[in-house]
Structure formats: C-alpha cells, structure tokens
Design a protein around this ligand. Structure first.
Ligand SMILES: O=C[C@H](O)COP(=O)(O)O
Length: 250
C-alpha cells in the first residue's frame, strides 16, 4: 500500500512571528512515528526559518515554485540549487494560482518538473480543470493535456517517485471541495493513464487539493486512489493541519 502524504501550501501567508508559533506547534504535535509523509511549503524568505524549526521533526519542507533555469541573469527567480541549500525536498509546480496569474505555459511547467527531479527533490505537479471545463464534461481531457506535455518532453518514466496533485480550480479556496467520488474518479483516470510504466505505478502518489479541512479529509483520503492531500488554508492552523495529517493514517 502507498504511504500517504499531506502537503501544506502556505501560499503568500505568514510572518516571522506567526510562522514561529505555527512551526513550533507542528514540531511538537506531530509524532516522530506518524506513518504519513508530511510537508510544509513555505514562501521563499521563510525557508531558513522553516528548516530551523522542522529539521529535527518528521516534517519535511519545500517551496511553492522554482526557476526553470539553473542560474544566471533571471531577476527575481530562485533556482533548484538555492532551494536545496535550505534543505527543501519538495517543490510545488504549476499551481493554478501561478499558471493563471503569470500565464505559465505547460512547457514551462514541464521544464520545472524535470529540473526539480534532476536536482533530487520531489516535484508536486498540480493539475485540474476549471468549473466551465467540468460543466462541459471535458475535465479528463483537460487534465490529460496537462500531463501530455510532460510525457511528450520527458517520457512517462519521469513520474517515478513524484507527486501529482489533482486540484480542481473550482474547489480551491471556495469551501466547495470535490466529493470523494469526484476525486476518486479523476485520481483513477490519472493512475490509469500512467499505468504502462511499472516503476511509476508503484511510486507515483496522487493527492487531492481544494478546500480540504478536518471535516472532509478522512472521507477523501479513504478513497482507494487518493494518496493524501494538498492543503491551503487549513495548513495555516496547527490544530487543523495536525488533524488532517492524522486523517491520512489509514
Ligand atoms: O495548494 C492548495 C490548494 O490550492 C488548496 O487551497 P485551499 O485548501 O485553501 O482550498
């Protein structure tokens, strides 16, 4: 059985003071023996602080984006090697809040995915459809296309030991989470699409994101193809995040 993973995405929230109490509480509350991979993705300026508080805990940390280049004249960008210097082991790639607001192309996302993998970190690739696309019944086509660019550029095997987060855009920040059945259907579709490579089948984790909270986490995580969650707002509250992490102990 695949070990579940819960990832907190702080987005553009936090301060030195509020992070301190959140990180301290998480480090205290989450037991070393929890049989779940737990990750906190902080804004870049707080990676050092995150590392300082979590380095002796079972919680790993990561970033919410990365540059597609290794180094050079790219003002405002942050490279994979910089993230590694702060102990990051996960990077969220292609979150819809970035691909929409900053017009990030599928090719850019694919290159970043490869860069993170090549650097020995785990990419968390976000895919998902808008409400209009779901209502039009083309959600699988949309998600399939998001995956195809990566497959065409780097082959299906690049998904070995990686994480895909299914995040329907309509469920993000809305308190309208997908139903467990809707999540399961898409997760199963993604898993079947990537089923020709045996290593990928064994190691790929597919997690759900979009209004996950302590009340709905257990039902969502109980679905056979849901390997955990990508949590936004509820990851900013230590008790809520702890509760969601424990819901993945199944
Ligand atoms: O990365 C996290 C997702 O965008 C979900 O955010 P949310 O839990 O606040 O809806």
């Amino acid at each position: 059985m695949r070990r579940k993973i819960v990832v907190g995405n702080w987005k553009m929230n936090g301060s030195l003071a509020s992070n301190e109490s959140l990180l301290k509480a998480l480090a205290e509350k989450i037991p070393q023996t929890i049989p779940v991979d737990i990750v906190v993705c902080a804004p870049y300026p707080y990676l050092f602080q995150t590392q300082s508080y979590l380095k002796n805990s079972p919680i790993r940390w990561g970033a919410q984006n990365v540059a597609k280049f290794e180094s050079g004249a790219f003002t405002g960008e942050v490279s994979v090697s910089m993230l590694k210097e702060f102990g990051a082991s996960y990077v969220i790639i292609g979150h819809s809040e970035r691909s929409t607001a900053y017009c990030e192309s599928d090719e850019n996302i694919a290159t970043k995915f490869m860069m993170v993998k090549k650097a020995g970190m785990t990419p968390i690739l976000c895919v998902g459809e808008t409400l209009i696309e779901r209502e039009a019944g083309i959600m699988e086509k949309v998600v399939s296309k998001q995956l195809d660019t990566i497959i065409e550029m780097y082959g299906e095997e690049i998904f070995d030991e990686t994480v895909i987060a299914y995040e329907p855009v309509w469920a993000i920040g809305t308190n309208l989470a997908a139903s467990p059945e809707q999540a399961q259907a898409m997760h199963q579709f993604i898993r079947e699409k990537l089923s020709s490579n045996t290593k990928v089948v064994k190691s790929l984790k597919i997690i759900y994101g979009g209004s996950v909270n302590p009340q709905n986490a257990l039902q969502l995580f109980s679905m056979p193809d849901v390997d955990g969650g990508l949590v936004g707002r509820a990851s900013l509250n230590a008790s809520d995040f702890e509760s969601i992490c424990h819901s993945a102990e199944i």
